[in-house]
Design a protein around this ligand. Structure first.
Ligand SMILES: [Zn+2]
Length: 502
């Protein structure tokens, strides 16, 4: 009780402290014997001569009362948890004073399910205090139970059991491990689904392909990031984001916020490094001054592999052996520390750049412009004009558009598709040569009909009492989401149709 109250043992999440103390302050007598084949045998003997029953620390040869040698030890063993509570020190050689016991006791973090907080954690703590006169660990992290995608406990009779070996066979051990960590909020149960594991497998593929691209780009070279004076805007941006990620992951471990940590890593690796930085690096590679970009590509990938290693150990070790051939294994390498590359101004610039590219990509999709068609674009960027001017080539390349012109104000014209970003930057596509208003009106009208059908279908289902009361909650909420999405899509299409005029 005292060591939890004074913080010598920290239970995470905190709410388990109350449960722990309630139990410890209201202990009841507890049956310690079990009829099991294996365990610590109860040290109690019965004398067949005089009927004496006695306990002894040493195995006795004779009855302590009548000295008869016809004595029997009790057949029962101690309850499993009695044996398990000795685990933190008996595994290290206790009661001998071994080097292992000296070095590893007490340990730092114990990780276990909250369902055995009393059965195991509490007993390890009090037996540690009793036998070792010290707590067995400074932190006990309570994990949740893994449930099925609807939150039901997995059971054979319900038929919702996911066999880890089968999942590993199909998606890989890294994907399973990643998907579990990505949903691990301490103390909360997690709902598992194959979609999530499939997503993790796709993430592993993305990492594999990105590494292959980097290795091809640098060929046999592994340039070091030593000279940072000649880095481009995008080089400095990805280094800034890398530092932010390193900080977030460090505090994620500190707070046991694994799900949040994986979310940060996913965003950095998939979106910022693969989708943005590598695409932008392609514009530099092969140019006269591509050494700094090569160095940043390698440096960031090096840090990515280190950061991901605890979560996806197999693929990162494999990729590491190719990125750093001849160096010690990744599992032996140092944990990366943030540098001094954080730069809020550059991050702001790149955020606005990404918004502009995103807006142009959406305009192309919304107006049915074929992906390969490079239509001219005008941008009115206000206060950000000089900043946008530096990124015009990148905008043209990543948004797959034609000539990009910076203007003070957009002209009002009937042909354009236009939109505005969060930072107030206005973009317009010249669609005159691409879109025949009559054809475009027909196309949008057909899509409105489709949206109307989707809306009618979802409304039909949701107005059916039988469906709403009988179908699982996830199915019903999925249907509600469909209705919402279809209605939003319809409204957007209608405004496009209105913009085209009659
Ligand atoms: Zn006796």
């Amino acid at each position: 009780i005292e060591v939890v109250q004074d913080g010598s043992v920290d239970l995470a999440p905190k709410r388990f402290e109350k449960a722990y103390l309630d139990w410890m302050e209201n202990l009841r007598d507890w049956c310690i014997s079990r009829q099991l084949w294996w365990g610590h045998r109860i040290p109690v003997w019965y004398c067949d001569g005089c009927g004496e029953v006695f306990a002894s620390l040493e195995d006795p040869d004779s009855c302590r009362r009548c000295q008869s040698s016809t004595i029997r030890q009790d057949q029962d063993v101690l309850d499993t948890w009695f044996s398990s509570q000795l685990w933190p020190f008996s595994t290290l050689g206790w009661p001998d004073e071994t080097d292992d016991l000296e070095y590893f006791y007490p340990t730092s973090v114990l990780v276990t399910g909250y369902d055995i907080l009393y059965l195991w954690v509490a007993r390890m703590i009090f037996s540690g205090m009793y036998c070792m006169n010290d707590v067995p660990f400074s932190h006990a992290l309570m994990t949740g139970l893994v449930r099925d995608f609807e939150g039901r406990k997995m059971s054979k009779s319900a038929g919702n059991v996911m066999d880890p070996l089968d999942l590993i066979e199909r998606y890989g051990a890294d994907a399973l491990r990643y998907s579990l960590v990505s949903s691990a909020i301490p103390g909360n149960d997690t709902n598992s689904s194959e979609e999530r594991i499939e997503g993790a497998r796709n993430f592993a593929n993305k990492l594999w392909n990105a590494t292959r691209f980097v290795l091809l780009s640098v060929d046999g070279e592994r340039p070091d990031l030593t000279d940072t004076s000649s880095l481009s805007l995008t080089d400095r941006w990805i280094l800034s984001r890398l530092d932010a990620t390193l900080e977030a992951v460090a505090s994620g471990y500190e707070d046991f916020a694994f799900a949040e940590m994986v979310r940060v890593l996913y965003r950095f690796i998939w979106s910022e490094y693969c989708d943005w930085y590598i695409e932008l690096a392609k514009l530099e590679l092969g140019g006269p001054n591509d050494e700094p970009t090569k160095a940043v590509l390698v440096h960031a990938l090096d840090r990515i592999l280190r950061l991901l290693h605890p979560i996806t150990p197999f693929i990162t070790e494999e990729l590491w052996s190719r990125l750093r051939p001849g160096s010690p294994k990744l599992i032996r390498s140092d944990w990366p520390e943030p540098g001094s590359h954080r730069d809020q101004e550059i991050e702001g610039t790149m955020e606005r750049f990404q918004d502009v590219v995103g807006a142009l990509r959406r305009l192309k999709v919304d107006h049915g412009v074929p992906p390969g068609r490079r239509v001219p674009v005008s941008i009115s960027a206000g206060d950000f004009a000089s900043e946008v001017e530096q990124t015009l080539d990148a905008i043209r390349s990543l948004a797959k558009v034609g000539e990009v012109t910076l203007v003070d104000a957009l002209q009002t014209g009937p042909s354009g598709g236009r939109t505005i970003t969060a930072a107030g930057i206005e973009v317009e596509m010249d669609l005159e040569d691409v879109i025949d208003p009559a054809v475009e009106r027909g196309r949008i009208a057909r899509r409105i009909e489709e949206a109307d059908e989707d809306i009618a279908r979802a409304q039909g289902k949701l107005s059916n009492e039988q469906f709403v009361s009988k179908a699982p909650e996830t199915v019903v909420s999925k249907e509600r989401q469909k209705l919402e999405d279809a209605a939003a899509a319809r409204a957007k299409l209608q405004s496009q149709l209105d913009a085209l005029g009659a």
